[in-house]
Design a protein around this ligand. Structure first.
Ligand SMILES: NC(=O)C1=CN([C@@H]2O[C@H](COP(=O)(O)OP(=O)(O)OC[C@H]3O[C@@H](n4cnc5c(N)ncnc54)[C@H](O)[C@@H]3O)[C@@H](O)[C@H]2O)C=CC1
Ligand SMILES: O=C(CO)COP(=O)(O)O
Length: 320
């Protein structure tokens, strides 16, 4: 069973490195110079410097070379997924697609598997998500992730195929729950980074993580997710990692907002677009998502960290 990874960013490269322990892997980048650089240096110096690419990994800029593989992992940012699928729809039609991105599409309010379902309705798909930093995976550190797909047989097959020496996969058929856990935790991580950056303390962060988790559940359950999925790796697990580690780019953006510093807009921060998508969806659904709302206010500079916190503290008192 052969594997390709689309997107030679930090995560795509890390997955490709780990998966070569099971067999050859093809890693696609849209940039010919980048592919050449990886071949010449044996490293992805742009996204994962200092980590050697194993000999079983082939870097290419030829899409057809990647798309001929049976299983194709899609490791591009969420807001680019539809474009990549649409540009390469005919080449990808016959593969099994595994989305590796975390987020909600801004224009439509849907997650990665739903986007695949719209662009390539006949193509089997799955989602790989859960707590893991690219650098940890690439360095061979132990991780546990969730593989979500509605087809249970496909889930068993992909679980075996994509488990490696340092990636232990659990499987679920609750795709919407896994999608929402991975997407919504990034929004809460921006809020948590903000309170730490602004010096509001670890107690405030614990409060945001807990009430943020309640918010994640509120939306996910309303959309048909199972509560136990939210309590698992793709929800609680990834929330815990992303809200407490300054390796996280979503958390780092929050730190910068809290400190009143700028942030490089070229860095992939999925929670920013997702916060806007989720706030709009919550309004349509009549759901109360106050932390998501204040994150949008912080991103728009309509709120300061202090005014955002005052707004949360001033909300009517209620049962937990
Ligand atoms: N970095 C990490 O630790 C983890 C990342 N993820 C998820 O993986 C996804 C990708 O993140 P990273 O790899 O970290 O981002 P990244 O910014 O390192 O890489 C993104 C890659 O996608 C490529 N790309 C962007 N737009 C494209 C387009 N239209 N066509 C072709 N290629 C395009 C870029 O050139 C870049 O190589 C995100 O959804 C993220 O949430 C998930 C778990 C861990
Ligand atoms: O999803 C991740 C960890 O599971 C990576 O987090 P960031 O995208 O915030 O860096």
């Amino acid at each position: 069973m052969s594997i390709a990874v689309i997107g030679a960013g930090a995560f795509g490269t890390a997955l490709a490195i780990s998966l070569t322990a099971n067999g050859p892997v093809c890693l696609w980048t849209r940039d010919q110079d980048h592919a050449q650089e990886m071949q010449d240096t044996g490293q992805n110096t742009r996204r994962l410097p200092g980590v050697a690419l194993p000999s079983g990994l082939t870097a290419t800029a030829e899409f057809d070379q990647a798309a001929q593989h049976e299983t194709v992992l899609l490791a591009v940012p969420m807001q680019q997924l539809r474009r990549v699928l649409s540009e390469h729809a005919s080449a990808l039609r016959h593969a099994t697609l595994v989305a590796c991105c975390k987020g909600i599409e801004l224009e439509t309010g849907i997650g990665p598997c739903a986007v695949i379902g719209q662009v390539l309705p006949e193509t089997p798909c799955a989602l790989l998500t859960g707590p893991s930093f690219a650098h940890d995976i690439a360095r061979g550190l132990p991780t546990a992730l969730t593989l979500a797909t509605e087809n249970a047989q496909r889930g068993v097959r992909l679980q075996q195929l994509l488990s490696t020496a340092n990636i232990r996969l659990y499987r679920t058929t609750d795709v919407i729950g896994a999608e929402l856990g991975g997407a919504l935790k990034n929004v809460i991580a921006i809020a948590c980074g903000t309170v730490i950056g602004a010096g509001m303390g670890a107690s405030a962060r614990a409060a945001l993580m807990t009430r943020g988790y309640a918010e994640m559940q509120r939306m996910a359950l309303a959309l048909g997710a199972r509560a136990e999925t939210l309590a698992g790796l793709s929800g609680f697990g990834d929330l815990a990692l992303t809200c407490t580690s300054d390796q996280s780019r979503n958390y780092q953006l929050g730190l910068a907002i809290g400190r009143g510093e700028g942030f490089d807009p070229s860095i992939t921060v999925e929670g920013a677009a997702t916060a806007r998508a989720v706030a709009a969806k919550a309004e349509q659904m009549g759901l109360d998502m106050p932390i998501t709302e204040i994150v949008v206010g912080l991103l728009d500079s309509a709120l300061t960290p202090e005014s955002a916190m005052s707004r949360l503290l001033a909300r009517p008192l209620k049962e937990e």
